[in-house]
Design a protein around this ligand. Structure first.
Ligand SMILES: Nc1ncnc2c1ncn2[C@@H]1O[C@H](COP(=O)(O)OP(=O)(O)O)[C@@H](O)[C@H]1O
Ligand SMILES: [Mg+2]
Length: 263
């Protein structure tokens, strides 16, 4: 499975491929002697929102890159399954902390990049307009990226990832560079688009509050192993300041910091 085939949009971008389940078994990744992922088993049902959390360097981004086909595991299996259980390479997209927009293209043209080549202009226009209004940037379609705020740029990056209707969306600390208030409004937006579009979401974050606010399930990684897999069984959208969520945040922090003290 090459990165290129993996990231190419489906032939007919209007045909919704639907959310994909992700099955990870015995996944290992080493860089030389550095065993970064050490036997990861993770079964993610289609449409679930999973957050992955853990200290810097514990292997979060490596796991996402393998998920996206951007890197190869050293051992183990990674499989995707469509709703009808057929095995398929899903349309998988990733959003990074930096929006990585092309400064010489307008907002709309940056989003259109997510559709790839060979899509009829009319379809490009309608799909781009639809997703820009989804991220509340319809009025910025003709603007240059340099004229946008950090939060707006990150919404363009999200729109570029969503325009091809991915079955899996990976997010690597996508809100990490934003100020606290922008971050909260982006969390609301992310939650809403996930509920509306129904993709499987895998969010890497440093922020336990963000994790319990957005995810159905939070996985704590430590030194390449899963040390906690915690369900967050509360309906969406969730209110900030909910005491039940604060309790889960405490459990997650203990799991993350517990190992820090042992070291
Ligand atoms: N391409 C690479 N080559 C060598 N080592 C790498 C590479 N990518 C990541 N690593 C190492 O893997 C470990 C985990 O990195 P990463 O997955 O980026 O952690 P996280 O995202 O949790 O902060 C680190 O020790 C890092 O130095
Ligand atoms: Mg990382």
């Amino acid at each position: 499975m090459t990165a290129v085939a993996y990231l190419a949009p489906s032939e007919d971008i209007r045909q919704e491929t639907g959310a994909a389940a992700i099955r990870i078994k015995g996944l290992e990744k080493s860089f030389g002697n550095n065993r970064v992922l050490r036997g990861i088993d993770l079964d993610i049902p289609a449409g679930q929102f999973v957050a992955i959390i853990g200290k810097s360097g514990c292997g979060k981004s490596t796991l996402l890159r393998i998920l996206m086909g951007l890197d190869e595991p050293t051992a183990g299996h990674l499989r995707f399954a469509a709703a009808n259980e057929s095995e398929a390479a899903p349309n998988a997209r990733i959003v990074f902390q930096e929006p990585r927009l092309l400064p010489w293209l307008s907002v709309a043209d940056n989003v259109a990049v997510g559709l790839g080549e060979g899509v009829p202009q009319q379809v490009v226009r309608s799909e781009t307009a639809a997703v820009l209004s989804e991220v509340q940037l319809a009025e910025k379609a003709g603007e240059w990226p340099s004229r946008l705020s950090g939060g707006q740029r990150q919404r363009v990056a999200l729109a570029r990832a969503l325009v091809s209707k991915p079955g899996v969306l990976a997010l690597d600390e996508p809100l990490g560079a934003l100020d606290a208030l922008t971050r909260i409004s982006m969390q609301e937006l992310l939650n809403r688009v996930w509920r509306e579009l129904g993709f499987t979401a895998v969010l890497v974050t440093h922020d336990v509050s963000e994790a319990v606010h957005l995810a159905d399930r939070v996985v704590v990684l430590d030194e390449g192993r899963i040390v906690l897999d915690l369900a967050v069984p509360y309906p969406h959208p969730r209110r900030h300041g909910n005491p039940a969520l604060a309790e889960l945040e405490g459990q997650l922090l203990a799991a993350i910091l517990g190992d820090a003290r042992a070291n």
